[in-house]
Structure formats: C-alpha cells, structure tokens
Design a protein around this ligand. Structure first.
Ligand code: ADP
Ligand code: G6P
Length: 472
C-alpha cells in the first residue's frame, strides 16, 4: 500500500463513474460545493483522496486522477440507507440548516454513522505515511478525527465543515451530541465557514463537554484544539478565463437567442435542495408576473435544479412540489414558444455553466440557509465585463463577503420581490460598481488562498505548502 504525506478524506471521491473503467478518468465536478472547491488546489499535488466512489458493493480499483491517488471506501446498501440517506442527510443536514425541514432521529442511523466513520478512519490510517497531514471534510465524517487520533497519534489532523454549523439550541437536540463534538475535537484544527459557527462550536464544547473554550482554542485531553473560520471560495481566475473564451461567448449569444432574445434573463442554479429556497423564489417571481411588474415577453427565469439525494423522502417531496409549481406558472403565464420559466434538471459542463452565467442579467441565489454558496461566487467571477446583478440571501455564507450584492431575506416574500425588482431595474453604473468591487474581492480571496490559509494554520511548519499547488 503506497502512502502519502497529504490525505484528503471526504464522503465522495471526485471521480466520474462513467469514465473510470477505461482509465480515462476526469474530475467529476459533480454538482456540489465540496468537490468544486477541492478540485483546483489539489490538482497535481502528491496526495491521496479517500472517499466513496458511489454505488454499493466492493470498492472499484481506480487510477490516479490529475496526479492525485484515489482510495475508495466501499459502502453497503445498508450503509447507504442508514448513513448517507439517514444520519447524514435526514438528521444532520436539516438540523444544520436551521431545521427548515424536520430532522429525524433513529438509533439505527447513528450505528451506521459510527460504522462508516470507523471504516473511513481505518482507510486513512492505511494510506497516511508517518507524520502525514490528514484533512477531513464535512458533516458526513465528524467522528473521523477522533477515531483517527486513537489509531494514529502521529498524524496532524484537520477538520473542515463546508456546511453551516447551527446555534447551540439546535445542536443540543442531537441525542449523540457529546460524541459528535468529541469526534471533531480529535482534530488539531477545526475550521468553519463563518466566525459565528466557530463561536457556536466553542460554546457547545463548554456547555456539553465542560471544556475550557474560547472561539479560537479549546483544551481537551491535555491538547489544544485550534478553531477558526476559513470561508471557502472558487478558482476565480479559472472561471473568469472560461467565461472569457470565444466559444463560451458564442454559446452565450446562442443561448440568449434560443430564449427568444428577452430584455432580461434571471438565472438560478441549485442542487434540488429544500435549503436553496427554490419554492420561495418561484412564488416571488410568479407574484411579480401576476402583479404586472414583470412581463414574460421581456423577462424570463432560467431555473437549473439538478436532482440531489433522490432517495431521501424530503427531497422527493420537494422535487414534486417544485415541478408542480413550474408547471402551474408556465401554464398560467406562458405562451406558445414562450414559457415563463425555463426549467432544467441536467448537470452541465463547466463551459455551459459559464455561458449561462454570462447571459444572466440577474443571478438569483436565495437559499434559506447555506454554508457558503459557490454558485454566487462563480457568477461574480464569470462577469468579466463587470455587468450583472447578484441577488443574494442574507443567509448564505457568501453574503458576509459579497456585501455589494442585492441582499434579501428569502423568508420575507415582499422583500424578496422588491429585491428582485431592484436588481432587474438597477442602473448600469450602479451594477458595474457593485460587480467590480465583488470581483476584486474574489480575485484575492480565491480557492488557492483558502487552501493555503487552512493548511498553513494546520501544518505550522508549512512543509506541506511547498507541495500544495506546486503547480502554481
Ligand atoms: P452545494 O454545495 O450546496 O451544492 P454550492 O453553490 O456551494 O452548493 O456548490 C454547487 C456547485 O455545484 C457549484 O460549483 C456549481 O457550479 C455546481 N453545480 C450546480 N448545479 C450544477 C449543474 N446543473 N451542473 C453542473 N454543476 C452544477
Ligand atoms: C454540499 C456538501 C457536500 C456534498 C454536496 C453534494 O456541498 O457540503 O459534502 O458533497 O453538497 O451533495 P451529495 O449528497 O451529492 O454529495
């Protein structure tokens, strides 16, 4: 078994199933912020990525991808049901997102969570060379830092949570809250998207475990665990270069023509998830049409909503409701050849996404709660001519950085409608000033800066940094 000095652990591997068997593997870039985020900084870095390759049964043998070794962890059908679809996405996900859907608690799911976390920890212990840096990602694997420390005390362990971390009042609902906190505290550094999340975590360490804790340091078992916020980002330069490509510009022109050359295009791009505020957005849009503020002949909405976690009940219900509403709005307000909403559920390649961002006069990103939201940042990076208005939820982590967006509270329907109208009607000079400021911010705070700052904080002798992004 070859070993690595940097091991990244995430629930999913970034590999595309369809290209894996013939050896011509490509980064999957499947819809989802985590894979999008880690793809750029890791490329060509001598590292191993430990994760699930999708599906059930024995793990497939996988070739390296862009110089990164793939180490698959197998899941059984039962693991998939009770870990991924159960504890991960029907207990933790809704609870961490303000309980906008009711979190479910089942003892069997907790057993599966422990079992799968143990399997991941064992896989990492095998592939990490002595003294290696291990970077554990996200809410699927909160027990891994603690389990790994018990197996391999020589490792330097980081944990980063990509999603929101809830206030103590909500977290306290978890029957196994103490074990989850202890699991995360197995790390040397626990990173969050927002300073508020780090604060919530420190409060919980104090309240649930009685540990001496500040927002930056928690003392546990004679060690100091550092805590901090590291807002994740995108490869700004890569997205800007893609959006600037002549073929992407041509594609954007064609897309706009295909939409009937409307005056204004509103775009939303989400995973089909109840945290994304899709239903509230559709309601705001349809009321603006009904009120006569928007005319379908000159303003269209393109809603991309790629299905996600399709076997989880709450996701099935959401998809049915969204599709019924899209049908109702198109039936009521569309005309032949002129739908009010262009609704697409397909995953797109990066160039097609960039072309879509280019045609969006207004990008509507209005989640009810979101750890960060990379789509908002991708849109900004793609607006290479400084045009375009970003309508952004106050409850997306990105709002803390993209202060020049048109900020809205998506729970407030009137406010959402007013915000959408303001973004649609904004004067070009105003839009340009705002977009320019946001683009300047993202040029400095890109994904490479994020990875460097996290790993520098984790591996203070910084030997690792010389290898990360050696590519740049
Ligand atoms: P989340 O991680 O909750 O899905 P983010 O907005 O942070 O939300 O990240 C979503 C990522 O998935 C972005 O990089 C975006 O480009 C990508 N994505 C979303 N929808 C699609 C789609 N239909 N096709 C391809 N990529 C998509
Ligand atoms: C969010 C999570 C990721 C997850 C992604 C897609 O971004 O933070 O960990 O991979 O959603 O969800 P999925 O369930 O398809 O992996």
């Amino acid at each position: 078994m070859r070993q690595s000095s940097l091991v990244v652990v995430a629930n999913r591997l970034p590999i595309d199933d369809s290209t894996a068997p013939d050896g011509a593997c490509e980064w999957r870039r499947r819809p989802g912020g985590l894979v999008s985020a880690l793809h750029s900084p890791l490329r060509q870095t001598p590292a191993t990525w430990v994760g699930w390759a999708g599906g059930t049964g024995p793990a497939p043998a996988l070739p390296d991808v862009d110089g990164v070794r793939m180490r698959p962890v197998p899941l059984t059908a039962e693991d998939l049901r009770d870990h991924y679809e159960g504890f991960v996405n029907a207990t933790l996900w809704p609870l961490y997102h303000d309980a906008v859907e009711q979190p479910e608690h089942h003892r069997r799911w907790w057993e599966a969570y422990q079992r799968v976390n143990q399997r991941f920890a064992a896989a990492v212990a095998e592939v990490a060379e002595p003294g290696a840096v291990v970077w554990v990602q996200d809410y699927h694997l909160q027990l891994v830092p603690g389990l790994l420390r018990a197996l391999r005390p020589d490792l330097r362990i980081g944990f980063f949570l990509h999603v929101a971390f809830p206030p103590p009042e909500l977290f306290m609902q978890l029957p196994r809250r103490a074990e989850l906190l202890r699991g995360m505290l197995g790390a040397d550094l626990v990173g969050f998207q927002r300073a508020q999340a780090a604060h919530n975590f420190a409060q919980l360490a104090d309240r649930v475990l009685g540990l001496p804790a500040t927002d930056r340091r928690i003392a546990v078992d004679g060690r100091i665990v550092r805590v901090g916020s590291f807002p994740v980002s995108i490869d700004t330069a890569e997205m800007a270069a893609l959006a600037d490509r002549p073929d992407v510009a041509d594609r954007a022109k064609r897309l706009r023509r295909d939409l009937g050359s409307p005056e204004r295009v509103i775009l939303s791009v989400d995973r089909m998830d109840y945290t994304k505020g899709i239903e509230q957005r559709l309601k705001a849009y349809s009321e603006l049409i009904a009120d006569g503020h928007i005319k379908v002949q000159d303003t269209v909405l393109v809603q991309v909503a790629v299905p996600s976690r399709e076997r989880v009940g709450q996701y099935q219900i959401l998809r049915e409701r969204v599709e019924r509403e899209v049908g109702r709005i198109n039936g009521e307000f569309g005309r032949v050849g002129e739908p009010a909403i262009h609704y697409l559920t397909q995953p797109f390649g990066r160039a097609e996404l960039a072309a879509l961002y280019r045609i969006a006069d207004v990008m509507a990103v209005t989640p009810l709660r979101d750890g960060m939201n990379l789509v908002a940042k991708e849109y900004v990076a793609a607006r290479v001519d400084d045009t375009g208005a970003l309508l952004l939820s106050e409850f997306a982590g990105a709002a803390a950085e993209l202060a020049q967006a048109y900020l809205v509270n998506p729970h407030d329907l009137e406010g959402l409608k007013q915000g959408l109208l303001a973004a649609l009607r904004a004067q070009p000079e105003q839009v340009r000033g705002r977009m320019r400021a946001m683009r300047t911010h993202l040029r400095q705070h890109d994904i490479h800066a994020w990875a460097r700052s996290y790993l520098a904080a984790l591996d203070q002798d910084s030997a690792l940094l010389s290898r990360l992004g050696t590519t740049r």
